[in-house]
Design a protein around this ligand. Structure first.
Ligand code: DQA
Length: 145
């Protein structure tokens, strides 16, 4: 399987950013973790991070016809971006939403996820492991189709 992993704004600040919420691992550590997890399942993975909504939309669009599925942590854009929701619907690739923290137990403004409405599943609150769970769930989606 060819998987595109997209991370949104401030995910590049992992390790520095609110470690009590997001953990001590850096973004580089996260990339290594994702590559190891995907590799052990025989999957090919490309990771992309941007702090810009339009760039994330462009990246989702560019996945059409190239990738089998998308793992996405839209970060703060989760709660605001209809453009990202529309892009996921447009390419119509199976997508799984990931959040390092458990957004369901946080502030009111984090309770809505637009991107999540275009995803087949959400993993929130599992830290790095959420990305591995997302890759596995894309795999089982294809196996059970
Ligand atoms: C996040 C949760 C979002 O609410 C927040 O804006 C982030 C990170 C997470 O991974 O827990 O930037 O997506």
């Amino acid at each position: 399987m060819k998987i595109l992993v997209i991370n949104g704004p401030n995910i590049n600040m992992l390790g520095i950013r609110e470690p009590g919420i997001y953990g001590n691992g850096s973004y580089k550590d996260l990339l290594e973790y994702i590559k190891k997890e995907a590799g052990s399942g025989g999957d090919e993975v490309e990771c992309f991070q941007s702090n810009h909504e339009g760039d994330i939309v462009d990246k989702i669009q560019s996945a059409y016809g190239i990738f089998d599925g998308i793992v996405i942590n839209p970060a703060a854009y989760t709660h605001t971006s209809i453009a990202i929701y529309d892009a996921l619907k447009a390419v119509n690739l199976p997508a799984v939403e990931v959040h390092l923290s458990d957004i369901t137990k946080r502030e009111e403004f984090r309770q809505i996820s637009y991107a999540g409405m275009a995803c087949i599943k959400t993993f929130a609150g599992y830290g790095f492991e959420g990305y591995s769970l997302a890759i596995k769930s894309l795999k089982s989606y294809f196996e059970n189709r």
